[in-house]
Every structure is written in structure tokens, then in C-alpha cells.
Design a protein around this ligand. Structure first.
Ligand SMILES: [Zn+2]
Ligand SMILES: [Zn+2]
Length: 275
């Protein structure tokens, strides 16, 4: 048997922990929503956005490529930790004020929303689409497991946000706190899974209320999968509205799906019943 140096053992151990950290987030979030949709299946049936169903082949491809994405994300996490050891990235893991964690998490979410919108639009360019983003769009009817279903190239592009953001903030003299990065990562996977649920989670009126309409719904991203070159945003609607890329029937489709209540289903039967 080959005797490996202790440094290699330590490296392998840390690598496995990072892979576990990145993979379990996907499995927990996608697993949680899958179980929730099964438990509330009659509600979920009414709120399904598309008539089409994802096939077994879709699920297999989505889970396999999402696991590969988790490994690529882990390599990037490892790269970020390496940059920290070199002193290029400032990351505080000690105690910090709650207020700092809140505004840093918000800053990271806003920056990622902008990064994602422009990166996503670039990947839709005809010269890049086939090699990078086509794989994600093989899921015409998204499921919770579509969240990390990326080609390796797209996974790298998606993952680069964190080291780039950390390098930029560190250059500006801002030390991010570990908890803010942790909360950002959980927010990212939960919103990502919700965007791919295939079932509208948000209540009727969401897109018509000025306090909520800027927050992306499941219908928003679902329309991106079913009809292509609109709705590129991840968390908020504003980039698509500013850039004129919002699906022209987004609000209409959302209202249609959320109007399907149990009461609305029962009403036509009552109307057609003999007097
Ligand atoms: Zn796309
Ligand atoms: Zn998607």
C-alpha cells in the first residue's frame, strides 16, 4: 500500500468536508420541497404551472448533473478558502454584530442577482448557449431537482461569483463574515429550488401588490424554461423590467395559476347543476 504524506490526508479530508457541505444543501432543499409537494399533493395539483410532466429521464439527468455541480461548487469553495490563506480574501469567522451579518447578506444577494442576470443573458448568446446553458434547458418542465442541473461549464460560471465577490470586497477593505456567506448560500439554494418547483407557491395577488411584485415567483422562472428568451432574473423582477426582458404574459399566467382555488373548481359544477 502507498503511504500518503499527512498533508495529502489533511487535504483529502478537508475536500470531502467541503463537498459534503455543498452537496447536502442541494439534497436537503430539493428533498424537503419534494416531500412537501407529496404531502400537499391535492393543493400542488391545482397549482401546477404546466400541463406537461417531467419524465424519469429528466429526474435522472437533473440529479446526476446537480451532484456534479456540487463537486464543482466545492472546488470553488476550496479555492476561496485557499485565497483566504494567501491573504487575498478577507473572511471573518469570529464573533460579529448581527447588524453586520444582515446588511452583508443583503449585499451579497443583491450582487448575486445582478451577476446572475447578466451571466444568464450571456449564456443565452447563440455562440455560448450550446456549450454552456443548453443542458439546464433540457428541463422544459422544471422540478425541485433541476436547481443545480448545469453543464460543467455553466457550473464553473455560476460558482465563480463567490471568489470574485470576495476578492472585490476584500480589495475594497471589506471583510465578509462567515455567517453572512452561510446565509447567502442557503437563501440561494432555497430560492433556486422554489424557482424550479413546477408548482406556484406564492399566493394570489403577489404580482399585483407593490410590496411583493418585485420578488420572483415560481411562474417567473418556469416561463423561462417553457418559452426561452425572457425572465432571466433569479431573485427579483427588476433587472428583467429595466432591460425589457420580462415575459409579456408573466402576470397573466401567474393570476391564472393562482386563481385555481378549491372553491373556483367547485363553482362551475354548481352553476351547471339543474335548478
Ligand atoms: Zn436560461
Ligand atoms: Zn432554471
Amino acid at each position: 500500500m502507498i503511504d500518503l504524506p499527512p498533508a495529502f490526508d489533511m487535504f483529502a479530508d478537508r475536500m470531502m468536508r467541503v463537498i459534503y457541505f455543498d452537496m447536502q444543501r442541494y439534497l436537503v432543499a430539493a428533498g424537503f420541497f419534494t416531500v412537501a409537494l407529496l404531502v400537499f399533493r391535492s393543493w400542488a395539483r391545482r397549482k401546477r404551472i404546466q400541463g406537461r410532466r417531467a419524465t424519469r429521464k429528466d429526474y435522472t439527468r437533473e440529479i446526476a448533473s446537480s451532484l456534479r455541480t456540487s463537486v464543482i461548487f466545492a472546488l470553488t469553495t476550496f479555492l476561496t478558502l485557499g485565497l483566504r490563506e494567501l491573504g487575498l480574501v478577507k473572511l471573518k469567522l469570529e464573533t460579529f454584530a448581527l447588524f453586520t451579518v444582515v446588511w452583508q447578506t443583503a449585499l451579497m444577494i443583491l450582487a448575486h442577482d445582478a451577476y446572475f442576470y447578466w451571466m444568464h443573458r450571456a449564456l443565452h448568446h447563440r455562440r455560448l448557449f450550446r456549450a454552456t446553458h443548453l443542458h439546464h434547458h433540457k428541463s422544459r418542465t422544471p422540478t425541485p431537482w433541476t436547481a443545480y442541473s448545469f453543464s460543467s461549464w455553466e457550473a464553473v460560471t455560476e460558482a465563480l461569483f463567490i471568489p470574485l465577490f470576495m476578492l472585490a470586497t476584500s480589495t475594497l477593505g471589506l471583510a465578509m463574515t462567515g455567517l453572512a456567506v452561510f446565509l447567502f448560500l442557503w437563501h440561494m439554494i432555497v430560492r433556486n429550488v422554489i424557482g424550479h418547483l413546477g408548482v406556484e407557491l406564492y399566493p394570489a395577488g403577489w404580482v399585483d401588490n407593490r410590496w411583493t411584485r418585485w420578488w420572483n415567483t415560481t411562474t417567473h422562472h418556469d416561463l423561462h424554461h417553457s418559452s426561452g428568451n425572457t425572465n432571466f432574473g433569479l431573485y427579483f423582477t427588476w433587472w428583467d423590467r429595466w432591460m425589457g426582458t420580462e415575459h409579456p404574459r408573466y402576470r397573466e399566467e401567474f393570476r391564472k395559476v393562482t386563481a385555481r382555488t378549491r372553491k373556483a373548481e367547485a363553482e362551475p359544477q354548481r352553476e351547471s347543476a339543474p335548478a
